[in-house]
Write a protein that binds this ligand. Sequence first.
Ligand SMILES: Nc1ncnc2c1ncn2[C@@H]1O[C@H](COP(=O)(O)OP(=O)(O)OP(=O)(O)O)[C@@H](O)[C@H]1O
Length: 299
Amino acid sequence: MAELLRHLLFVLNPVSGDTDKDELETTVRVTCTEHGRTAAFWHTTGENDLQKLTQHLAGQPYDAVFAVGGDGTVKLVSEALLTTNAILGILPMGSGNGLSKDLGIPQDTDEALELIWDHEVRAIDTLRLNGHFSAHLADLGFNALVVKKFCDGDTRGPGAYVRIALAEYGDYEPLCYRIETDQETLETEAFMLTIANANTFGSNVVINPNSRLDDGQFEICLVAPFPAGAAPGLLYRLYTEAFDESDYTQRLSCHRATISVPGQEKALVQVDGEPLELELPITVEISPQSLRVLTPQQG
Ligand SMILES: Nc1ncnc2c1ncn2[C@@H]1O[C@H](COP(=O)(O)OP(=O)(O)OP(=O)(O)O)[C@@H](O)[C@H]1O
């Protein structure tokens, strides 16, 4: 059932998705006023945003806080909301918007705004990797390297990501990972290792098909090193929700995991699109149904 959300905050990332958001505040304000809601705005700066937003939220009784940006902005707002009673809303405005797609949130702004008065509230799981918050997907290996180079570069958008991936693929040396979960232990070489609370990357690659965001467990999705000739078949499966049908893939479901790389003390990890260098081993913990999100009504 829909909750009455009167006081709304919109956390706006001015640079996400390389889109101009000048008109957006007016659109949001007008829509909210027409429906008897108040809208406040808070702009991210890229510097200490989590600390500043957490402080701002502590003094304000917002009913819902919308992340207006991409997955990085959703991560920021989600983490800041953990200490409040407010519900997360998402206006997808990034280059990928993975979590919003997994939740079935409309990508069109006007339709996404309708969730203010016509919605279902879902409580979803969240993860911590050595204490770092993740609501969507985190990984080690090839994709983490590409995300790091993408973030270090000054060109955004899917084209830049593909260019970097193609340039890095030839020289990439896969690592060996030791994975201990509450279910099993595995030591294996991998091209990439994804720690998945959700299903789909912003690029529409479905790394973790048919898994739920609120089932109290997460998946470790492994892509083994593969010859260049196998790339088209593998990519086809990744884009058609057929991850498990490749000879190069494997998935583990668990409630807790520790990941190490024998011989290494640190690893590059991307967490919801943000590159981080984490100490090894990495401990992954889940907080079941810890984040309330506005989603479209089901059925
Ligand atoms: N005012 C700002 N100036 C520069 N960088 C900013 C600013 N506000 C936020 N950022 C940076 O934006 C990044 C988050 O962007 P976000 O993920 O929301 O969009 P995106 O990268 O375009 O989309 P997606 O993650 O969906 O591909 C963070 O690294 C954050 O530090």
